[in-house]
Ligand binder design. Structure first.
Ligand code: BG6
Length: 508
């Protein structure tokens, strides 16, 4: 048998992309609550407000600018697709915010969990909306109604024997923390996050065993606001923010290990591995360096417990001095993670020079197009073999168990009159990726603990704000304008995945 007996088969979501009820139950505003849907934004793309080095590849891309107090802000993150997308500093009347209602999981969670159970899920990766627990982030006491909501969700999951895997911070910090402190750029956030984690650890210790600290911690490279609440376009502040996040993650790991020995804590990285464009040594060196700085820096620090030398040198060259305090070394050393979790969607290409090379269109991070790979309708390269490569790379580097907590195909689906959705394209995508996971386990001996496919039920897209970019096994009747009954319909992939789980991946 390739997949271990207790392999964690399941699906993944994030609170801000599916819960809705953005102000119910005492919840405060989060940074995700002020993200508009690009297609509906009344703001215009304002190229002059964007840094010149980014302007050249903005055509056909969706991106976020942030406006504070009416002023044009800097470009803080790219969004893909053809629509402009904006974060607003507060709720603006007449603006459309798709996350406010999302798919209303807040009121449909029983129905949704029943569908997950019907597919045979062993695990469900979800996040806690921090602003349900501490509406402003720095409140003295937690919000009981928010805590009680997740009690109900966990109880419902456990009723079906589904293991919750909980992300503590998935692009949804309380908005007030961003406004007041510039998010994680401020060291105060380390303690504020720690307090929030201590609260939920204590409350759910009997219900949740697997925790992830920060979703795609390395995505700060292209979106410091979404990732860490840093609204200024400032590389130094971004570096501070990720340093503080890693410190916070280490403190939380240490707390878990000391007080809750049954917990397993993981880091979560976005694992887009760069291939060298050619076999030229210079291209290979570039691939190595770009992987180090974009991905390995984060996992190296959280898995090994210290800042890697290549990053220290990189910061020195850029004249950035991290705000390191004396006690930090011990914090990082003691707070290493138990396992590594990854999102995997695509791979990239690195070359010593990209002059004259064809660029990939639509990917979140600007990179060279790979002529050997097809792309999704949103321009993301599709590379199943890259997943096996990534799993091998990570296992060789760290020898820690790996959980794949995001992977999937965003695609347009058609709901037929008889309420069926024939998503053969999604089935082939997942089939091909899972076959590579199987090989990584069976042939290469990689320790993979679980696979939770992204957006197991349709939800709001993070990068485009669209509902029409669908990942789910379950179709949700809602469109990009917020119309629809919110009724749920299993797609063909629902039954396919059910069979894969039932047979523990034997037929892949
Ligand atoms: C990951 C995020 O980057 O990709 C998710 O953790 C996101 O929140 C997912 O939804 C897919 O991206 P998108 O933009 O298609 O929703």
């Amino acid at each position: 048998m390739a997949f271990p007996e207790h392999f964690l088969w399941g699906g993944a979501t994030a609170a801000n992309q599916l819960e809705g009820a953005y102000l119910e139950g005492g919840k405060g505003l989060s940074i995700a609550d002020v993200m508009t849907c690009g297609g509906k934004s009344r703001f215009k793309v304002d190229l002059p407000a964007i840094k010149p080095e980014y302007q050249k590849f903005l055509s056909k891309m969706r991106y976020v600018t942030f406006e504070k107090d009416g002023q044009d802000g800097a470009c803080i993150a790219f969004k893909q697709n053809t629509y402009p997308d904006h974060g607003t500093p507060k709720i603006v009347e007449g603006e459309y915010y798709p996350n406010h209602e999302a798919i209303d999981f807040y009121h449909h969670y029983k129905e949704d969990i029943a569908l997950m159970a019907e597919m045979g899920f062993k695990a469900y990766r979800m996040s806690i909306a921090w602003s349900r627990i501490y509406p402003n982030g720095d409140d003295d006491a937690p919000n009981e109604e928010g805590l009680a909501f997740y009690d109900r969700v966990f109880d419902e999951l456990l009723k079906y024997g589904i293991e919750p895997i909980v992300t503590l911070s998935h692009y949804e910090m309380p908005l007030a923390l961003s406004m007041k402190y510039q998010g994680f750029a401020n060291r105060k956030l380390v303690d504020i996050f720690y307090k929030y984690c201590a609260t939920v650890f204590e409350r759910y210790a009997g219900k949740v065993k697997y925790w992830l600290t920060f979703n795609e911690i390395n995505s700060i490279i292209h979106s410091s606001y979404v990732n860490a609440g840093v609204f200024a376009n400032d590389r130094q502040l971004s570096e501070y923010a990720s340093y503080h996040q890693m410190l916070a993650s280490a403190k939380v790991c240490q707390l878990a290990h000391e007080k809750y020995p049954h917990f397993k804590i993981g880091c979560m990285i976005s694992s887009s591995i760069p291939y060298a464009y050619t076999c030229k040594p210079e291209d290979n060196l570039e691939a190595l360096k770009s992987y180090d700085l974009r991905v390995n820096y984060y996992s190296d620090t959280m898995v090994r417990g210290y800042l890697p030398e290549y990053k220290i040198k990189d910061l020195e060259r850029r004249g950035i001095k991290l705000p390191i305090m004396e006690e930090d070394r011990a914090i990082l050393e003691k707070g290493t993670v138990d396992f590594i979790s990854i999102s995997y969607y695509q791979t990239s290409i690195a070359a010593a020079s990209d002059d004259g090379l064809k660029m990939a269109e639509g990917n979140m991070i600007r990179h060279i197009a790979n002529p050997h790979l097809k792309t999704s309708e949103w321009g993301w390269s599709i590379d199943p073999v890259g997943l096996r490569y990534t799993l091998n790379y990570l296992y060789d580097r760290y020898h820690k168990p790996i959980m794949i907590v995001e992977n999937g195909l965003g695609a347009f689906d058609t709901l037929n009159e008889d309420k069926t959705v024939h998503d053969a394209y999604r089935i082939s995508y997942l089939q091909e990726h899972l076959s590579e996971v199987k090989k990584a386990i069976e042939i290469d001996g990689v320790d993979v603990m679980g696979y939770t496919s992204w957006g197991c039920i349709d939800l709001v897209s993070c990068s485009s704000g669209q509902m029409s970019k669908r990942y789910g096994f379950v179709y949700v009747d809602r469109d990009d304008d917020g119309n629809g009954t919110l009724a749920r319909y299993p797609k063909d992939s629902f039954y396919w995945y059910q069979h894969i789980i039932e047979t523990n991946g034997e037929e892949l």
